[in-house]
Design a protein around this ligand. Structure first.
Ligand SMILES: Cc1ncc(COP(=O)(O)O)c(C=O)c1O
Length: 380
C-alpha cells in the first residue's frame, strides 16, 4: 500500500476502534421513511417543504436556470439575490445584507475580511467550526474566551495590544442549545471599541418573533454589532448571509474571498429563502408553535428548557448515546447523536430539535423515550 493509502487506512481503523464513525447513509434520512418523526434536522419552521417556497424556487429555475453560472461579481447576481438581500435586511432590521453560497462561506468570508495583525479576534470556546476556521484564516491574533464568560472577555479586550478587536459568539449554540446574553456582551464590546459578530444560524426564524436574537435584544442596526446567518435551517433553503452597515457590505464585496471567488448561490435557493423571510414576517404563529413544541420536548425529557429549538439530553456514555440513537431510529424517531469531539463540554448527548407543526403528543412520547434510553446504564 502506498504511504497515502496506508495513512487513510490507519485513520479509518482508528475511527472504527473508537466507534466515532460518521455516515452519509441515505436510509437515515427521515424524508425517505414514511411515518418517521424527524427530531434531527434544522428545518425549524418546516418551511423547506412549504408549497410557497417550492413555487418560488420553480419560478427562479425557469427564469434563470439551475445554477448561477458565475461569481456574484461576474455575472452571478440575479434579481433573486437582490430581492433576498432586501428581504433578509427587512426581516432582521439590519441596514444592509450580503448573501453567500452557505453560512460556512459567510462566516469565513466575514472573519477573513475583518482580520489582520492589528485586530484581536476573540472567539467563544463553543463557536462553530466555520467561525473557528474563519479565525484561523484571518491573519489576526486569536484568543479563545471561555464559554459565555464575560469577565474573561472583559479582561481580554481591556488588556489587548491591538487597536481593533472583533468578538465572535453565536446567539443560540447549536449543540447545547444555550443563548448568549447579547445585551451585556454588546455593551462590553461598545465599552472596549470592539465589533461584536453574532452568528444567528440558530437564531433567525427562532429567537424573538423570528427576526432573530439580535433584533430581539434591540441591537439591530447598532454600528458595533454585525450578524451572520444561514438560510439552510429555519429559512428552509440554502445559503448564508452577513448583515450590518453598508460600509461593511461594500468591504466584503471587495475583499471577502469566499464571496468573490465562489459561484453565486443558486437562484432557486435565493428565491426560496426570500419567500421564507416574507412568510416568517407574515406568520409569527409558526415561531410560537416551534417554541410550544420545544417546551413540550424539554418537559417530557426532564431537561431544562433551552431557549431555542435544540433541546439536549445528556447520555450516560458515548456508547449509550449511539445505541439509544440507533434504537430510536428503529422505532421511527430520528434524533441527533453528539459525542466527543463534537460536544464542547465533552458530554455525549442526544440532540432533539423542535419543529413547528409536529404533533405535541408525538413529540412528548419521543422525548420521554429518548431520555429513558439516553440515561439507561445498560443496553439502550
Ligand atoms: C452556528 C453555525 N454557523 C454556521 C453554520 C454553517 O451554515 P451552513 O450550513 O449554511 O453552511 C452552521 C451549521 O451548519 C452552524 O450551526
Amino acid at each position: 500500500m502506498d504511504p497515502m493509502h496506508a495513512w487513510l487506512a490507519a485513520a479509518a481503523a482508528e475511527r472504527t476502534h473508537t466507534g466515532l464513525i460518521r455516515s452519509t447513509d441515505i436510509h437515515r434520512n427521515p424524508r425517505f421513511r414514511a411515518g418517521s418523526l424527524d427530531l434531527a434536522s434544522n428545518d425549524y419552521l418546516g418551511l423547506s417543504s412549504d408549497p410557497r417556497l417550492r413555487a418560488a424556487a420553480i419560478v427562479a429555475v425557469e427564469r434563470y436556470g439551475a445554477g448561477a453560472g458565475a461569481s456574484r461579481v461576474v455575472t452571478g447576481t440575479t434579481e433573486c439575490h437582490a430581492e433576498l438581500e432586501t428581504q433578509l435586511a427587512r426581516l432582521t432590521g439590519q441596514p444592509a445584507c450580503l448573501v453567500f453560497s452557505s453560512g460556512y462561506a459567510a462566516n469565513i468570508g466575514l472573519l477573513t475580511a475583518l482580520g489582520d495583525p492589528d485586530t484581536l479576534l476573540v472567539s467563544d470556546a463553543h463557536a462553530h467550526a466555520s467561525l473557528i476556521d474563519g479565525a484561523r484564516l484571518s491573519r489576526s491574533p486569536v484568543a479563545i474566551c471561555p464559554h459565555a464568560d464575560l469577565v474573561a472577555l472583559e479582561r481580554l479586550l481591556r488588556e489587548r495590544a491591538q487597536p481593533r478587536a472583533v468578538v465572535v459568539v453565536e446567539s443560540l449554540y447549536s449543540v447545547l442549545g444555550d443563548a448568549t446574553d447579547l445585551r451585556r456582551t454588546a455593551a462590553l464590546c461598545a465599552r472596549h471599541d470592539a465589533l461584536l459578530v453574532v452568528d444567528e444560524a440558530h437564531g433567525i426564524g427562532v429567537a424573538g418573533d423570528g427576526r432573530g436574537a439580535v433584533h430581539a435584544a434591540g441591537l439591530a442596526g447598532a454600528p458595533h454589532v454585525t450578524m451572520t446567518a444561514t438560510l439552510s435551517k429555519a429559512l428552509g433553503a440554502q445559503g448564508g448571509a452577513v448583515l450590518g452597515p453598508p460600509l461593511l457590505r461594500e468591504h466584503l464585496v471587495n475583499t471577502a474571498r469566499t464571496f468573490i471567488f465562489d459561484t453565486a448561490l443558486a437562484p432557486a435557493a435565493a428565491a426560496a429563502a426570500a419567500a421564507a423571510c416574507r412568510l416568517i414576517a407574515a406568520e409569527p404563529a409558526r415561531v410560537a408553535d416551534l417554541h410550544r413544541i420545544a417546551a413540550v420536548i424539554a418537559e417530557a425529557a426532564g431537561v431544562p428548557r433551552a431557549p431555542g429549538a435544540v433541546q439536549s439530553i445528556p447520555a450516560t456514555s458515548a456508547a449509550q448515546a449511539a445505541a439509544a440513537t440507533a434504537r430510536l431510529g428503529d422505532d421511527g424517531i430520528v434524533v441527533g447523536c453528539f459525542r466527543p469531539p463534537s460536544v464542547p463540554d465533552g458530554i455525549s448527548r442526544l440532540r432533539l430539535v423542535a419543529r413547528a407543526g409536529i404533533d405535541p403528543e408525538r413529540a412528548a412520547h419521543a422525548a420521554r423515550l429518548a431520555a429513558r434510553r439516553a440515561r439507561a446504564e445498560g443496553p439502550a
